[in-house]
Ligand binder design. Sequence first.
Ligand code: TRP
Length: 377
Amino acid sequence: MSSIAISTPRATEAAGTTLHADANATYATALERSALLDGLIDAHAANDPARFRMLTGDRPTGPLHIGHYLASLRNRVRLQDKGAETFVVIADYQVITDRDSVGELGANVRGLVLDYLAAGLDPARTTIFTHSAVPALGQLMLPFLSLVTDAELRRNPTVKDELALSDGRPLSGLLLTYPVHQAADILFCHSRIVPVGRDQLPHLEQTRAIARRFNTRYAAGQSVFPEPEALLSDVPLLLGTDGSKMSKSKGNVINLRDTADETAARVRAARTDSQRRITFDPTGRPAVANLLTIAGLFLEEAPESVADRVGDGGARVLKQVLTEAVNESLAGHRARRAELARDPAHLASVLHDGNARANEVAERTLATVRAVMGMSY
Ligand code: TRP
């Protein structure tokens, strides 16, 4: 099935005038399109892996938690297993977009690799690499920077949010321009599909604009870079155990690497409400609804049905059900993670091989870029 067009050409825009225009409309379109893409992946990825090449990534700022697992990691494994060629970038240069130091970078990077492997990402099929090991990414950024305007960079709503949350730091050159570096992550391997959360949609739009403009301005209309598409997960926004945004610093998350006892303690401390009977009511009882949603996702059961089962058992039984759901679902993951952690040489070799493969692909792309730009000397 080489004829499936998975990229929807949209009207070309005058540079910088339409990017980041209407976030809600973009989100609704991306959700619809994601459902469609998911069907295409199901039907065709196994026969045509390159056409469904996928890249996504994480910032190594701390341990992965159950929100990452449910909304993203589990889905990556599913897509890999359907046959899509998969790349995962550990975005170490993005750690310093909005903070002053890299923190426990080495430990965080190794922690991510452990969770990837424990979850079922297979380094024979999925290329796991770090920004810092692939110099060609930085070099691709230069022509890409020439294709974006200062105005569209400043309008990027995700960058604005990150700036607002960065404790009064001034806007650094890296925070302003990292969406262009991220475009290099996505385009260097000609990925078509980018599984991401809603907050990353502005970066995808920027990436698509860069691909289009590169092809038009520097490649005489040849499709050097196909326009990638976002693949949004259908998992609803999950909150921390206190009912607010999941955040390491608030201590309201359950990490994948936590023990069963740590998980039980975190759930025991979770916020509920004073109504005895458990019902699923996201607007009226958001904290309870969030716990039901998380339990339902682990149990592959609708949150309403978890609520029915708990019924008059109240918060105590709800917490028991949730603790068991998390601990039983993650038991295998945690055991594999602990086992893998005992073999640091294997971890190092996974990253080493992934970095080598990413470098090979990135060098080839950079050579094409230089050639079409007349820079082959
Ligand atoms: N910015 C992403 C995040 O904060 C991580 C990331 C880096 C990424 N490069 C990427 C995601 C490329 C998708 C594609 O989660």
